[in-house]
Design a protein around this ligand. Structure first.
Ligand SMILES: Cc1ncc(COP(=O)(O)O)c(C=O)c1O
Length: 306
């Protein structure tokens, strides 16, 4: 995966890619003490547009607040503007955007107040996160042997870097077992989310997703909720058990990186007829048009860079 670009935004200035480095003794590197976002810009008729930029910028600062940063030298407007500047400076039509707000300047005593937050924003070309086949054929997943975070152990509404050790454990295990994604259960044993995606199922004509209590409040989840409701589907939030997944007509996952991807198989059980189902496909098609500014009603989700 090529992650190169011309510039990375570092604390207020665009710095050449090779020069955007941190010191080995940055606290964030040792303790996972950082919060981040995953955002995408897409090619539209009016040039590149960042999808749901305001909401992502907002969630970045919310994550920082949840994590405990008190003195915040960045604003939502400032972050959003810096993201647009970074996309423009690098000249990509479409790219993935990674802002990272990290703990630096001390904090070796595990006290966030002893350090300060610094911000970097990188962009790179990244198209199919779950692989070439995923969109056409769906992917195979398993229920992970790892449990998703208890909401009072790690803060599940914050994209804290350290939270993602749980995702790395689960994803690596699933891929070594020959699956493409891991589904994690919450500490009570109900379906929570995947390593970087929220999950929906379709059963007897209804669309069901876990409540946001134990999971990240995904912005793609919100977009899908809106699109599905506008298409006339009932979308219900309720606890989902592992075996309800097995007997679903369709299961799909969604996230900024993955977009909308059907699951063809879970724990060696075929879901529906093993192909991306009609409800998933209908939602996926509208989502693909929405992210590229082609649906009037959702154009407000697209923030044009130029
Ligand atoms: C754990 C987790 N759940 C869900 C999501 C989906 O969130 P979004 O749609 O905002 O990208 C992500 C990705 O950011 C994630 O890391």
């Amino acid at each position: 995966m090529g992650m190169e670009s011309k510039f990375i935004w570092v604390d207020g200035a665009l710095v050449e890619f090779e020069k955007a480095t941190v010191h080995m003794l940055t606290a964030a590197l040792h303790y996972g003490a950082a919060v981040f976002e995953g955002i995408r810009a897409y090619k539209t008729d009016k040039g590149p547009a960042v999808f749901r930029l305001r909401e992502h910028s907002d969630r970045l600062l919310e994550s920082a607040e949840i994590f405990g940063f008190r003195e915040m030298p960045f604003t939502v407007d400032g972050v959003a503007q810096a993201i647009k500047d970074t996309v423009r400076a690098n000249g990509f039509d479409e790219c993935y955007i990674r802002p990272l707000l990290y703990l630096t300047g001390g904090a070796w005593n595990l006290n966030i107040d002893a350090g300060r937050p610094a911000l970097m924003i990188a962009v790179w070309e990244w198209t199919n996160y779950l692989g070439d086949e995923a969109l056409a054929n769906g992917i195979r997943a398993n229920i992970s042997s790892y449990t998703r975070h208890h909401p009072n152990v790690m803060m599940t509404k914050a994209k804290v870097a350290g939270n993602y050790v749980n995702s790395i454990l689960a994803k690596t295990e699933s891929m070594r077992l020959g699956f493409e994604e891991a589904i994690m259960l919450d500490p009570q044993g109900y379906v929570a989310e995947c390593t970087g995606e929220n999950l929906f199922l379709v059963r007897k004509g209804k669309i069901i997703t876990p409540s946001t209590a134990p999971v990240l409040e995904g912005l793609t989840r919100h977009s899908i909720y809106t699109i599905a409701t506008d298409l006339g589907y009932d979308v219900i939030e309720q606890p989902i058990s592992r075996d309800q997944l097995y007997s679903s007509d369709e299961v799909f996952v969604c996230g900024t990186a993955a977009e909308v991807i059907g699951l063809s198989e879970i724990d060696f059980r075929r879901i529906g007829d093993g192909k991306t189902g009609p409800v998933t496909r209908a939602i996926q098609n509208v989502y693909h048009d929405a992210i590229r500014g082609k649906v009037d009603k959702y154009e407000c989700w697209c923030d044009y860079v130029n």
